[in-house]
Design a protein around this ligand. Sequence first.
Ligand SMILES: Nc1ncnc2c1ncn2[C@@H]1O[C@H](COP(=O)(O)OP(=O)(O)OP(=O)(O)O)[C@@H](O)[C@H]1O
Ligand SMILES: NC(=O)c1ccc[n+]([C@@H]2O[C@H](CO)[C@@H](O)[C@H]2O)c1
Length: 311
Amino acid sequence: MSTNHSPFCEAPRANRPSAHFASLHLMGHCCCFIAPKQRVQRITAFGLRCKSPIRIDHVMHNSSRMHSQQPLFACPAEGPYHHAGYVVGVRWSQVLTKCTVGCQTDPLVINGCWDLPEEQRMTNGGKSTMSSSLHLRIPNSCIIAQDAFFKDDSVIAVDSNGFKQYDVLDALHMDRMMSKIESWRKDPGSFLASQSLRTQCSVGEEVFVLIVEGFLIFNYGPLNELMDKRYFLEIPYDVCKERRGSRVYTPPDLPGYFDGYVWPRYLKNRQEMEDMVSDIVFLDGLKSKEDLLDYVYGDVTMEIQSLMGKD
Ligand SMILES: Nc1ncnc2c1ncn2[C@@H]1O[C@H](COP(=O)(O)OP(=O)(O)OP(=O)(O)O)[C@@H](O)[C@H]1O
Ligand SMILES: NC(=O)c1ccc[n+]([C@@H]2O[C@H](CO)[C@@H](O)[C@H]2O)c1
């Protein structure tokens, strides 16, 4: 199976109303709360839907760290709906405060995903790759990865085929993941410091960005609703199977696990996700890492600029 649908747009789906493809559409709601030390955090939620082709000419670069982008195009395409999906959500908070100018040079080391050699990380859709690169480009960002919250193997349910039921929310300590996200929300600056990440602040205001990366983050309502932006990286069945086959998990996949459990479960999870969430940007994970990163980075920075401009 293969995909020919375009990289930066929602994937086609037979039962998705065509209106969902119509034009770039931002919708938002905001809420405010006052955090300690006079800090004002604003949380904005919005979704992105797109039809074809959307041209993004550039990203504002009134800050030295914002890079201008090459024009990018997004358009829908037809095709079978057989893609493995991986999700990356982005959340940010804006902090209005006075800070000194600094720089962030530390690479992200969180949840054990960045400091592992590539061949030991999961070899699937590219979300860890994307998240890590995004983090390095976005000041004051950090990653929380869902894979770090798997329960112990001894408590994972087993089906009648002997397949461990790893690809369900029950296999994850979502409560612990939420606690971690909550601690970021309460005080992102302190959270970064606790991860040995320095903050970079411009005079006047700063935006902290949390990149939430995982394979079931949108299926968990309380987490999904916190996201400001949602991206879903897809790769076709055959590529996914091949990449999965080259991985060694702990515990390792049993023979037949991919076709007997992982793929059918993925299809169920994906259906559930699409029934719950509509404002997801689907990305073609077969595109180059650079193109994907440029697109997402451009998209996120535009929204951050827009967020900053609203105050
Ligand atoms: N756009 C891409 N094109 C080609 N290869 C890619 C792309 N993105 C990532 N890869 C490669 O695919 C492999 C898997 O990437 P990555 O670990 O980021 O996937 P993942 O979705 O995080 O998987 P998992 O959730 O299972 O950890 C890596 O070897 C990575 O270098
Ligand atoms: N404990 C783990 O991290 C673990 C163990 C066995 C399988 N997996 C797989 O990780 C993927 C999500 O990234 C899922 O498809 C799990 O099957 C993870």
